[in-house]
Design a binder for this molecule. Sequence first.
Ligand code: WTA
Length: 682
Amino acid sequence: MIPEKAPGGDVLHAPGDLKKEAHIPSFEKYKELYIKSVESPEEFWADVAKDFFWKTKYTGKFLDYNFDVTKGEIYIKCMEGATTNICYNVLDRNVHERKLGDRVAFYWEGNEPGDEKTVTYRELLQQVCKFANVLKSQGVKKGDRVSIYMPMVVELVVAMLACARIGAVHSIVFAGFSSESLCERIMDSQCCLLITADGFYRGDKLINLKLIADEALKKCRDKSFPVEKCIMLKHLTKEDEASSGSLSPPAKRACPDLQVPWNPEVDMCWHSLIGGASEECEPVWCDSEDPLFILYTSGSTGKPKGVLHTVSGYMLYTASTFKMVFDYHSDDVYWCTADIGWITGHSYITYGPLANGATSVLFEGLPTYPDVSRMWEIVDKYHVSKFYTAPTAIRLLMKYGSDPVHKYKRTSLKILGTVGEPINPEAWQWYYNVVGEKRCPVVDTFWQTETGGHVMTPLPAATPMKPGSATFPFFGVVPAILNESGEELEGPSEGYLVFKQPWPGVMRTVYGNHLRFETTYFKKFPGYYVTGDGCRRDKDGYYWITGRIDDMLNVSGHLLSTAEVESALVEHEAVAEAAVVGRPHPVKGESLYCFVTLNDGINYNQKLEAELKKQVREKIGAIATPDYIQNAPGLPKTRSGKIMRRVLRKIACNERDLGDVSTLADSSVIEHLFENRCYTAV
Ligand code: WTA
């Protein structure tokens, strides 16, 4: 399945000095280890597990699973019976056993240039222990769910690791989500406590996070799910740094006048609580298969799914992917630009890098603020050697040409990574040629919230690169391409990307809905985990992800379900029906093109358009803001009443070649829709 030898010809290779020191220096070595990882997973992962602390050893099989719905319930268990603590492994082990206490864990770089703070492993451990004691004093116990809704500050990492230390399950909600989305997530995972902050800046924009958090808690209360405890970090309104016990410095762009709503019955101040807390906190020893966190991801039915990951498998997998894929060495400074509110931040800002004792940049701001050189300025400032970002950011910066990049030296860079969506070869080439000056391999990492870590990816010194291809599977991952009838295709082919067996980091269930887990990922093709992505394999065996093949859209690397946006639109009293499709966008990858059918007697106008836009922002969040809204008195439907999205996608792109429309019930709607297309974004 993986070629015997690395293909020659039209591929790019890593520079020789990178190969000399690499963990996996050649394609042959990759292949040898890959075979070991799938034929004897126990042996392969035992080597990885050796580096970690285990209170007790596992009792059964290393990896026990059923991947076939026809044979009973789906389950995946890794190292069941072993006890450990992931917080102990990423902090105490580094400070005490590996003597890395003085090593920098994070260089925090605020939104405003000049706002900065350095945090060592020892300091991080102290803060985590203190905050874990705070959580305990609030009655949080092993297994309880805690919701975290915070900006990109070190305290976000402190909050998540404090949960992990006491065996509580964190459920982080990206701080760009609306109060409605936060409420839905708090209720679904039945969180007992919310941790948030007063507010933050995204570029120039001030966001009063506490206000949104309060709205969410009010919505929870209205739906008979009162959350009685909310801990708020003062990020913008803090007065006195010395007494606050906080890790973030006073923001240069502080906002002491921010109007922060306060309910003394519910709200507590992070700083006052942590001030009196002890620095001693024994970790709670957890079983390998105890839940670690829940992270919501869009589902094709519209309701987000609470993806659940457990302790040991996730720890081994994020640690080893981080080490191999970024070829981590102790002198590296690593920077992942993702937000911790997404899986990329969970796995590759918090757990993977810390498990390796790495030094990372934690960036609060935006790539374009205060100007479009900001990324490269930060790379030079901290001598970043491994840099990980998303295609949408690359395409955005590409628009401004190479001058803003050339303003900075970037000589520290060694490896560049991308994640989140297929990277078009043009953006890949710009990243490789302009940012990396042809010195730095690009690792195009394909993975999902559900997979926990990278599943298809080059290894930088071992895998010859093809621009736009996620290349080959990571250790332990066995991909296949299936046709519509579920047959495995051999050789060059295109179809559904599936995986044939689990790896330690794969999700274990959808929180509170195991049936949905089985239906979503295992029902369509029994015996396989179905990714929902299309994939092509070329003559050299390289895999090329072609994008989602379900009703999901990928806007700036964020997955959105069309159903979710449609239901937000239909909730408006003027709308009878809505259909949302993706339209290619040069920076965002896809943009949202919405067709709405209004109720009888209602006129379409700009005011209504603005209301609809606002409605979606409020229901889901700014990432789901419609780019185009078209008034559609009629939608193309099949005779059985199914909306033909395929046709709508063509209309959105003004492509007249509609293919087979013989099942269309009323073809007269098509011309009307073409005539009234939106040409400019709303
Ligand atoms: C897409 C993000 C092509 C894919 C880590 C997947 C990619 C979805 C890549 C998961 C890549 C992610 N090439 N497509 N390198 N990386 N995707 O759950 O469609 O936010 O299914 O996890 O992003 O998005 P999620």
